[in-house]
Write a protein that binds this ligand. Sequence first.
Ligand SMILES: [Zn+2]
Length: 246
Amino acid sequence: MSEIKKTEAVVLSKLNYGDSSLIVTLFTKEQGKISAIVKGARSPKSKTSLKIDPLNYIEIVYYNKESRDLQIISSADLMEYYPSIKSDLDKLKFAQSVLELVKNLTVEHEQHVRLFNGIIRIFELLETSNERLNVIFARFFMFFLEEIGYRVHLVDCSVCGKKDLLDKNLSYNFAVGLLCEDCKTNYAESFALNQELFNCLVSLRTSKNLDDIGSQTVDNTLIFMEKYLKYHVADFKGIQSLQLFK
Ligand SMILES: [Zn+2]
């Protein structure tokens, strides 16, 4: 037996299927990531196809049966479609990077409301905020790593426990963690964290204003987090939507 459910969702991707149907991957508030089919969505009479577009924030009614690979969507309502993001290639690049991370690194049918709310929040910020786009995305990336269970160690030295590491030139070993100036000589360096880079990484966890930090340093936090994630998740090949890393 399938049950009828209603949930808010973000569209991660869509694919044409058969003559008139769509197969979509969604990140839902109720059940995390799901795959679903929308029958007849591409027929001329249907308005559903336009609503179910990547990035859109929608509310769906669907028939759910977890033993089935594809759930069946019966209707969709549009909550927000982010016109400013869609008309700006730089904003779109970061928004697509969010979709890519969520699609590739979350598990199906696992509710994760904090992550869902975080996705809606970053889309709102990309849509309306005046903060630099790479800062907005870097804050999300730091949050995302923690939410999927790969919190970056930034509080104290992983070897000797020394705190107060701001304004020091540190090192990160992906297997061991953060290394202070004394301990770093004993371990291979996965990534060098100069003062500004380390301070920036720490600030990404707070609401601290990052206006005085150079854009290159913010980009370097993205490169650091991407390498860190590659180390921990063998299948992860990097964020394809970001030209930055090529
Ligand atoms: Zn140490």
